[in-house]
Design a protein around this ligand. Structure first.
Ligand SMILES: Cc1cc2nc3c(=O)[nH]c(=O)nc-3n(C[C@H](O)[C@H](O)[C@H](O)COP(=O)(O)OP(=O)(O)OC[C@H]3O[C@@H](n4cnc5c(N)ncnc54)[C@H](O)[C@@H]3O)c2cc1C
Length: 393
């Protein structure tokens, strides 16, 4: 298979030998974690609509969370390459219940970039141990792509912000203890009126209510919820950044990593789909021969395997750029848009090659088909990605 930072099975020029052996070891630990702690509970998580919180604690015990956060703050002292290995193994395991992308790939990076030393010491070790689960709430019932027009308000009162509003589609919404909320600190302004504040939340927090566990087409074991704020008080010291009105800019700065995570997952999904399908069509017989002897099946898989290679190369290049601090907004948008489009197309073609079994829940390919569809919509709809790319041309 292709050489890769995310898939450290083969040597790769972008990481040195020490890092590579560390990444290999990490991949093994992550594989073991999903096999033992997550996959056996898939159906239960899907039925209840959320993963057990203990999964995060177990991942924390194994050092799988906040791997790119400095050790000073309880993290692993590694890089995004470590995170990428974890996301890759999660896709291979077929897990869509844990929202590790948000918990360890997104939330800690906002805290690292914009919170005070005291707050980093207070929050990051709890996210790294899995004692707390992290979430980020941007989307509202009335607006998703158009984040400048959020309506949730934060008004200063004493030393606090008092937050009023509603969010929806929030990953980890049921399990979260730490929530980054996009608010308007100046409702008269568009982008310049947006700020990000951090709330520590529990089921008993006054002014905070978790809404419905939303019933989704796929990712059924993942808690995606509404959240309501009716006078939620948050210390002003929890504002991300030193002044108000930086939220939109901070989102723009951090979203490339979120989009790269989508690319890492998409590349892993394409490879997994091709691998699963090859195994299946070589075993299944039709007309006295394996399905793989049919020319259409061979050609389809030849095309899909080529797309897998191109996606892998594209994503690895973007990961390497990100590790050097050079991943720009248009490139991240290209990665997110292109790889997720390929993901949904390749997985759909692989379902077709499985025949009726490809439609059965017990087959990984069927779940990848359903779970993967959202990848073209969240983390910025692919149309928004194209707009970002076009603006750079
Ligand atoms: C499972 C799941 C998990 C999620 N997790 C989170 C989370 O943790 N936190 C969070 O804040 N949000 C989360 N979201 C929300 C997600 O990010 C939004 O759904 C997404 O940003 C799109 O916003 P919207 O749904 O309001 O669609 P809209 O903004 O209403 O857009 C609808 C469609 O219009 C088109 N469109 C929009 N803008 C443009 C444009 N500029 N140019 C061309 N076409 C355009 C696109 O086709 C788009 O899909 C999640 C959503 C889902 C389904």
């Amino acid at each position: 298979m292709a050489s890769s930072v995310c898939d450290p099975q083969v040597d790769d020029a972008t990481v040195n030998d020490t890092t590579l052996s560390e990444l290999r070891e990490l991949a093994e630990t992550a594989r073991g974690f999903f096999e033992k702690e997550v996959t056996p509970h898939r159906e239960r998580f899907a039925a209840q609509g959320f993963p057990d919180r203990e999964c995060y604690e177990r991942a924390g015990d194994l050092g799988l969370l906040c791997m790119s956060v400095p050790e000073e703050y309880g993290g692993g002292g590694g890089t995004f390459a470590h995170e990428a290995v974890l996301f890759t193994e999660q896709v291979r395991a077929g897990d869509s219940a844990l929202q590790l992308g948000v918990h360890t790939g997104i939330v800690p990076h906002y805290l690292m970039a914009y919170s005070s030393h005291q707050n980093k010491l207070r929050w990051l070790p709890k996210l790294a141990s899995g004692e707390w689960v992290g979430a980020i709430a941007m989307t509202e019932p009335g607006t998703g792509s158009d984040l400048q027009n959020i309506a949730t308000k934060a008004v200063k009162e004493g030393d606090d912000y008092v937050i009023t509003g509603a969010k929806t589609f929030i990953s980890n919404g049921r399990n979260c203890d730490l929530l980054i909320i996009a608010v308007k600190t100046d409702p008269g302004q568009g982008a310049k009126g947006v700020s990000l504040v951090v709330a520590e939340v529990s089921d008993d927090t006054p002014g905070f209510e978790r809404g419905r566990l939303l019933k989704k087409v796929g990712q059924k074991g993942q808690d995606t919820t509404e959240l309501f704020f009716e006078g939620l008080r948050v210390p002003q010291a929890n504002l991300l950044g030193s002044v108000e009105g930086q939220g939109f800019f901070q989102l723009m700065e951090q979203l490339p990593q979120e989009r790269l995570i989508c690319g890492v997952a998409a590349a892993a999904a394409i490879e997994t789909a091709v691998g699963e399908t090859l195994r299946y069509v070589k075993e299944r017989q039709a007309f006295g021969r394996p399905l793989f002897a049919l020319q259409n099946t061979r050609f389809e898989l030849a095309e899909c395997a080529t797309l897998a290679r191109v996606a892998r190369t594209f994503v690895d290049d973007a990961v390497a750029k990100h590790l050097r601090g050079e991943l720009d907004v248009p490139t991240a948008a290209m990665v997110k848009y292109w790889t997720t489009e390929q993901q949904t197309q390749v997985v759909d073609r692989c379902v077709q090659l499985h025949g009726g079994y490809g439609y059965m829940d017990e087959y990984l390919i069927s779940r990848m088909w359903i779970d993967g569809r959202i990848s073209r919509i969240y983390a910025g709809a692919n149309e928004v990605m194209k707009d970002l790319i076009a603006r750079s041309l």
